[in-house]
Design a protein around this ligand. Sequence first.
Ligand SMILES: Nc1ncnc2c1ncn2[C@@H]1O[C@H](COP(=O)(O)OP(=O)(O)O)[C@@H](O)[C@H]1O
Ligand SMILES: [Mg+2]
Length: 318
Amino acid sequence: MTEQKRKEATIAVIYGGRSAERDVSMQSGPLVAKGLRSKGYHVIELDLYGPGAKLDPIVQLQSISFDLAFIALHGGEGEDGRVQALLEMLGKPYTGSSPLACGFAMDKVLTKRFWQGIGIPTPAYLSFVGQADADLIERQMSYPVIVKPSREGSTIGINKATNRQELDEALVKALTYDSDVLVEEFVDGAEFTVTILSDVAYPAIGLKPAPEHKLYDYEAKYLADDTEYLLPCGLSEDDETELQGLALEAYQSLGCSGWGRVDIMRDQEGVFWVLEVNTAPGMTSHSLVPMAASFVGIDYASLVDSIVVDAFGKAACE
Ligand SMILES: Nc1ncnc2c1ncn2[C@@H]1O[C@H](COP(=O)(O)OP(=O)(O)O)[C@@H](O)[C@H]1O
Ligand SMILES: [Mg+2]
């Protein structure tokens, strides 16, 4: 598709949604729309599952005319492949990964089981469906551990446990978000996140939450201004190259495409451990993907344009 033709396209920016990350998406969506408009696209904004949405999502999507959907939903059906599948059924191209890759990446237990099988380092874990066995956890793992719902995002429902009482509490909390929970070995070390755009790994960002935040949690991510972002991330060139290579491998192993972000920790011995892949990461003014892009001279509008160009390119190959 020529640039001229592409710019005549109408992009439906889908945001809002009904996941726990709705508020974040409500910040991402309008910014994406603004960025695309500044690049000359026609843009329709659509809050598919919002409180005002009277029609079901498929009818809403069928009632507007658009050439490509920019998915600016985070978590829930916007990130687990359901909205992507809906768009596939309508024959509409969209940004980011396929339904299968999204569903895979959203499920931390499935992802980790797969990564272990193919040798991608991810923290040791136990997983449970419905009811967790705290005695088994205590026999097989040592504190501290991290307890997570398998399919959530933004650190929602994630807690660190350093003793049995905290473990029991953390399991109850995680189980309120998902019937599948995992208990992971705690990695004592630095945290990094790597943006991937069109199969290229961008410079890693080091995340240094203020000491009072036990984890890089929801509050630190979205509300507090005291998380330090290290960009450049502070690793040697060789170590950062290793980190970027690992991030890209983890992302591609799940079949992800278009764009995404990979969360990785590094322990005291310098070993990297992949936590997860995000297939619809935050795009707010202080989100990590725009930060990494800006570091290499790509402004917000050019970033969203690149994501759209990638999606049109993929659609043309199908
Ligand atoms: N095994 C771990 N060891 C140490 N910290 C962890 C571990 N797993 C998660 N965390 C912390 O919790 C945060 C959220 O975990 P993550 O697996 O990325 O889930 P989410 O989908 O909620 O972002 C991470 O960014 C990190 O700060
Ligand atoms: Mg994460």
